[in-house]
Design a protein around this ligand. Structure first.
Ligand SMILES: Cc1ncc(COP(=O)(O)O)c(C=O)c1O
Length: 374
């Protein structure tokens, strides 16, 4: 754990079997992706989200690249996705030659606006990408109904959703392909890492091949297709197995943190706090985000500077895809505007909520946020 006066936006919790399993890797010499923890982690993680197949990869971004490629996207295809998300989602689509078709966010859950998804469907729509944002899932049912009606495949980006459910069913169980990230700010971490899960054996085989340079079984170094080295190491998977043993405990801890922040900050009238729950899910607070009211004369950037000045780490919300310079330079999204996402990007930020955060640190964060925002 990092122990300085500054309270970082994330601190990890690695005090279960992590060291023991890592020592097993070192003692046995199994450190590459061929070691036994990789398949153990894949099987246990897939079982946890109710899927038949798990394919461990090196991070959550490449999981999306593999998913998009396995589903066979190409030039002229369209993929509907939220504009308010991480660049990994749109980058995977753009790299495949397809076109991201953006939708705005719901101002309360910060997830994609499902009514807009319906309006954006065309004859070229090949995939809808459901991206669960910050701790509450997308309202999945209407999206899946639309997809089924129009014969559209789905990718579910559940990078932030370990242990979350929608109507009691695990997030990660909804997409034709669903993906996860295990970056250290996630509910469980492998340092860097990701997982692709699916019930479709053919898609799972494609993803396994894509992550392993499309080596062939018979003639290993003769390639029919281009893949990548997206493999996860045994060392990372060892961490994953140890972390997965504690997922329920971690989700419960994050929920306690979220409730405590909400209780202590609810009286501040100039910020919007995350919803504790919706009809279909209880927040798991991947991050504890907040949005500044318009009446406050400073924006998120300034709020983050002020918090930092008092020793509290904070990060801005995502910057929308239609406002990304890299996509503008490619001529994408010209003249498009999504006002909810634009506002979230300018007025939203999140405060420390890592699993290693102590009660004393939380008290200090609460005190500083009150000072700055009341
Ligand atoms: C929604 C979402 N998708 C994808 C990713 C990418 O995961 P990674 O950082 O493991 O590449 C993240 C990372 O935070 C994310 O939040």
């Amino acid at each position: 754990m990092i122990s300085t006066d500054f309270i970082p936006v994330n601190q990890v919790s690695l005090d279960g079997n992590e060291k023991k399993y890592l020592n097993e890797c070192i003692d046995s010499g199994w450190i590459s992706s061929e070691g036994p923890f990789v398949s153990q982690f894949e099987e246990q993680f897939a079982a946890r989200v109710g899927r038949k197949h798990g394919v461990a990869v090196s991070n959550g971004s490449v999981a999306l690249d593999a998913a998009v490629t396995a589903l066979g996207l190409g030039k002229g295809d369209e993929v509907i996705m939220p504009t308010f998300t991480i660049i990994s989602c749109a980058a995977a689509v753009v790299r495949s030659g397809a076109l991201p078709i953006l939708v705005d966010s719901d101002p309360w859950t910060w997830n994609m606006n499902v009514d807009e998804v319906k309006r954006r469907i065309t004859g070229r729509t090949k995939i809808i990408m459901l991206v669960h944002i910050f701790g509450l899932p997308v309202d999945v049912t209407p999206v899946l109904e639309l997809a089924a009606k129009h014969g559209i495949r789905t990718i579910e980006d559940a990078a932030e959703m370990h242990g979350q459910t929608y109507m009691g069913r695990p997030c990660g169980s909804f997409g034709d392909i669903s993906t996860f990230s295990f970056y250290p700010n996630k509910h469980i971490t492998t340092g860097e890492g990701g997982m692709i899960v699916t019930n479709d054996e053919e898609l799972a085989d494609k993803c396994r091949s894509l992550r392993n340079l499309c080596f062939q079984r018979e003639k290993r170094f003769v390639h029919e297709q281009l893949g990548w080295n997206f493999r996860m190491t045994n060392l990372q998977a060892a961490l994953g197995v140890a972390q997965l043993e504690r997922l329920d405990e971690f989700v419960a801890r994050k929920r306690r943190m979220g409730s405590r922040y909400t209780e202590q900050l609810a009286q501040l009238s100039k910020i919007q706090l995350p919803l504790c729950s919706t009809d279909y899910a209880e927040n798991i607070y991947w991050v504890y985000g907040m949005v500044l009211a318009d009446e406050l004369l400073f924006d998120a950037e300034e709020a983050i500077r002020k918090l930092g000045g008092h020793g509290v780490g904070a990060r801005p919300f995502f910057w929308p895809m239609h406002e990304q310079p890299v996509f503008k330079k490619m001529g994408l999204f010209a003249g498009e505007s999504y006002p909810v996402a634009e506002r979230l990007a300018r007025r939203g930020f999140y405060i420390p909520s890592g699993l290693g955060l102590t009660d004393e640190q939380m008290d200090r964060v609460i005190q500083v946020v009150r000072e700055i925002l009341s």
